[in-house]
Design a protein around this ligand. Structure first.
Ligand code: ADP
Length: 874
């Protein structure tokens, strides 16, 4: 029982334990449940809040959607309005090819046909176009056209089509398929562009347009024809460089063959320029002128003009020019040769006539001889003119700038022309700007030629009155712009002939003009020379009243040409001027004023009372009558005027035999300012000499007023007179050994006759070789050397002689040249010659050279006293 009880107790205990366990488990489950329910409550709260937020958001989204839809509707309506307003047609077709929307412009294409509305098929529209005659079908039948354009519907991408419409307008059809299979159709009005395009096609020139990326936009047929070998590459969008390369590969550009890459680089460089013009030779012998210019949008437009004919004409012209130039050269050398040939006998004629005139001739014979000599000289002058002109024409004439005194040069020209002016009673006046420098750098001899021509003409064409030469200038830095005018009161030139006279061989062809000699070349040469000096020449003239020729040249002012002549202050006191010409009186008085010398002027000697006159120097001009100045001077001295007299004389040589001792100085007319100044300076310095120019013979006047005017100046003059060697006593006996090298027998004869009376021994060599041999045999004191001689010319012979001389003493060698060679002076001088005279040789010039260069045996230069003429040294 116990056992049973125990068993039962044990079972009860076990059951109680299990119950406790179950209770504990239940408690734990209960706790967990509680926790879970709390969690759930929290979660539900959070979810509720979320749902509320989402609700808000949804409301907001809906709100915004509402706005967006509204906006979309606005935009859609605006878009539609815009599409409606477009000039271009716009339509949309569904995937099935049915029209969904179309704007007004699109519908307009179909002339507002009823059928054209939403739902109509694409192919129906095409068919309408063809059958209603809306489109110009060209060569195609309606059927062909409809099937061609209809088939395009399927193509993707769609190739744009240009349609020509019944009313002449051009429409470009462009279709674009969208992602959902619909098709947008755009119809653009191309009428204006097509018109321009048609015009471009009609252009006779090639036209091409590239865009900013250098891709071809368009070119016309002409352009393709020019570059027909490259034409295939000329598709829209092709790069310029690729087209050129294609051309290079297909021999489009003959000038590039063999240097393709270099040529391409050059071509591209040209193409890149904002604007370029070049000439291009194309295959087939064609020439085009290429114009290329950048457009405002960065593209490039180009034109190609066919210049083949122009090139051919140019080539013809060039070859004609070459032929003409060759002919011209031939003419020039013919003229040069001829002139030499003519000159040689002419020199003989002129020289021999001069000698003949020294022999005893009857007055009739003298007249004939003089006529022969004058005609010969005139003929030589004409030959020289023709030669000069042909030289200028052949561009052979070059200027040789050297320093020269322009005023002196002008005065020399005046002195040369003075006799002919005087013969006609025409006064020659010079007005050289007082403050203008006189020394410049330029081609003096050529300027002399210009002046000689202009002043010579003025004298020639003036029968009475005067010729006035005015020189003014503007100094601009180192240059002086010289402005020279030659004004005459002559026959004048008719207006219509003014341009004509500057042409070669042109004269004012009138009966009265025939009385004047001339070739009509002078002004043509003058004009060319002035132009060669980069100057200009002009003329103003009134027929019957006179002419005024002027020229302007700009020359560098010579360094030593500081205007010292104008800026000097003299301490001379007062001067009296006696001159019948009011013009020259006033020029001299202005000059004197500048040097600080006050002056009073009188037209004649009678007008002035020498007893009362207060003057330290008297200027006397003999005007037209050279003898009178000596007479006047005598009268002046007789009246007790003891101060220096400075005389201006147009013929100093005559006075030298007459009464030069009366004068403090004897100056030529016109006298360079420098000479007047020199004479005045010598008064300042005290004792004076007579006259300025060296004279060979002293004045043996018996009734010299020296006794009456024992003034220091006059006494000094007398001494000077006594100092002058008597030529009879002092002239060297025939000791001077002169060698003449000359091939022409006549010239030898002329020369030897001319020097016959001179105190020299003349040896003659027939050419350069003989001259050198003669030199070696016995060294001469002086050599006259012809330049062009057979076997050995004058230059070579001179060089040989100079070599033989080495460092020893130098024998003066004088070149005897033809006028044609004057321009080659430098070449002659550089060959070792010392000076030159021109042919035909004159007694005076030979004597002058001997005077200038003769040396005695000790090597000292001495004056042989042969000449009264100073060499100009040119
Ligand atoms: P040439 O004097 O040798 O005839 P130019 O060429 O020097 O030739 O002159 C051409 C022409 O111009 C002269 O023939 C003359 O008709 C005219 N002419 C030139 N200078 C003058 C002038 N000062 N007065 C009038 N006519 C002139």
């Amino acid at each position: 029982m116990d056992e049973l009880l125990a068993k039962e107790r044990r079972a009860r205990l076990a059951a109680e334990r299990r119950l406790e366990q179950k209770e504990a488990e239940l408690m734990a489950a209960n706790r967990r449940l509680g926790q879970h329910s709390r969690d759930l409550t929290l979660e539900i709260g959070a979810t509720r809040r979320k749902v509320a937020a989402i609700e808000d958001e949804k409301k907001d989204v809906l709100n915004r959607l509402g706005h967006a839809v509204e906006k979309m509707q606005v935009v859609e309506s605006q878009l539609w309005k815009a599409l409606e307003a477009m000039r271009d047609g716009f339509a949309m077709f569904g995937e099935d090819g049915r029209l969904e929307v179309a704007n007004h412009a699109f519908r307009n294409i179909f002339d507002d046909l009823e059928m054209v509305r939403t739902g109509v098929g694409y192919r129906t529209l095409i068919t309408l176009m063809a059958t209603e005659g809306l489109v110009d079908l060209g060569q195609e039948t309606p059927h062909e056209w409809i099937s061609r354009i209809g088939d395009l519907w399927m193509s993707d991408p769609f190739e744009p089509q240009t349609l020509k419409m019944w009313n002449g307008r051009f429409l470009k059809l462009q279709n674009q398929r969208t992602a959902d299979g619909a098709v947008v159709c755009l119809v653009v009005d191309m009428t204006d562009l097509m018109r321009m395009w048609a015009a471009v096609h009609e252009l006779p020139d090639g036209f091409v347009l590239y865009d900013a990326e250098d891709r071809l936009v368009m070119c016309n047929d002409r352009y393709r024809k020019f570059y027909h070998r490259s034409a295939e590459s000329m598709v829209p969008g092709a790069q310029f460089e690729d087209i050129i390369r294609y051309g290079l590969d297909h021999n489009q550009y003959p000038e590039a063959i063999g240097r393709e890459e270099a040529w391409l680089a050059e071509r591209l460089a040209h193409h890149q320029k904002p604007e370029n013009v070049l000439e291009q030779r194309l295959e087939g012998g064609r020439w085009v002128r290429v114009f290329e210019k950048q457009t405002s949008d960065g593209g490039r437009v180009g034109l190609r003009v066919d210049i083949t004919a122009l090139k051919e004409t140019q080539k013809d012209l060039e070859s004609a020019m070459e032929r003409a130039e060759a002919a011209n050269r031939a003419k020039s050398s013919f003229l040069a040769n001829m002139s030499h040939e003519i000159r040689t006998p002419m020199n003989g004629v002129v020289g021999m006539t001069e000698l003949l005139m020294d022999t005893g001739l009857t007055s009739e014979q003298r007249l004939y001889t003089e006529t022969i000599r004058n005609s010969g000289e005139a003929l030589l002058a004409i030959i020289n003119d023709v030669l000069d002109y042909s030289k200028i024409e052949a561009d052979k004439l070059e200027l040789r700038p050297e320093e020269f005194d322009f005023e002196r040069l002008l005065n020399e020209v005046i002195m040369l022309l003075q006799p002919s002016a005087k013969d006609k009673g025409v006064a020659l006046r010079v007005d050289y700007d007082l403050f203008l420098p006189t020394c410049f750098v330029g081609d003096g001899p050529r300027l002399r030629q210009v002046l000689t021509n202009l002043i010579g003409n003025a004298v020639k064409f003036t029968l009475e009155g005067s010729v006035t030469i005015r020189v003014v200038g503007i100094e601009a830095g180192p240059q002086t712009a010289l402005h020279v005018t030659v004004e005459d009161t002559g026959i004048g030139i008719p207006k219509e002939k003014i341009d004509h006279i500057f042409g070669e061989f042109n004269q004012v062809e009138e009966e009265r003009n025939r009385q004047f000699e001339g070739t009509g070349l002078g002004l043509a040469i003058t004009k060319r020379l002035v132009e060669l000096m980069e100057g200009n020449i002009w003329v103003d003239s009134v027929e019957g009243k006179g002419s005024c020729f002027g020229f302007r040249v700009s020359l560098p002012t010579a360094a030593e040409a500081e205007n010292t002549v104008g800026l000097v202050e003299l301490d001379v006191g007062r001067a009296v001027i006696v001159d019948s010409n009011s013009h020259t009186r006033s020029i001299l008085s202005r000059r004197l004023q500048i040097w600080g010398v006050e002056s009073q002027s009188y037209a004649t000697i009678n007008a002035l009372d020498l007893n009362t006159v207060d003057a330290d120097v008297l200027f006397l001009s003999d005007g037209q009558d050279s003898a009178s100045s000596v007479q006047m001077a005598k009268r002046i001295r007789a009246q007790g005027f003891a101060h220096p007299i400075i005389a201006f004389s147009e013929n100093a040589d005559q006075i030298s035999q007459d009464g030069a001792a009366l004068f403090h100085a004897l100056l030529p007319v016109p006298a360079p300012r420098g000479d007047v100044l020199e004479a005045l300076k010598r008064i300042e310095q005290g004792p004076v000499t007579i006259p300025l120019r060296e004279r060979s013979e002293p004045e043996p006047e018996a009734d010299q007023p020296i006794e009456q005017t024992p003034e220091p100046e006059a006494l000094a003059s007398a001494e000077q007179v006594q100092d002058t060697p008597d030529p009879a006593e002092e002239a060297p006996s025939k000791t001077l050994d002169v060698l003449l090298a000359e091939d022409n027998k006549t010239n030898q004869l002329v020369f030897s006759k001319m020097v016959k009376a001179m105190p020299i021994t003349l040896r003659v060599a027939n050419n350069g070789e003989e001259a050198v041999a003669a030199y070696q045999e016995q060294r001469p004191d002086l050599i006259f050397m012809d330049i062009s001689m057979p076997r050995m010319d004058g230059k070579e012979a001179t060089q040989k002689i100079r070599e033989l001389e080495g460092d020893g003493s130098r024998t003066p060698i004088i070149a005897v040249t033809a006028h044609a060679l004057v321009g080659d002076r430098e070449a002659i001088m550089s060959a070792g010659l010392d000076d030159h005279i021109t042919k035909p040789v004159r007694k005076d010039s030979i004597a002058g050279m001997i005077d200038k260069w003769a040396q005695d045996h000790s090597g000292e230069r001495k004056n042989a006293g042969l000449s009264s003429v100073e060499s100009s040294g040119e």
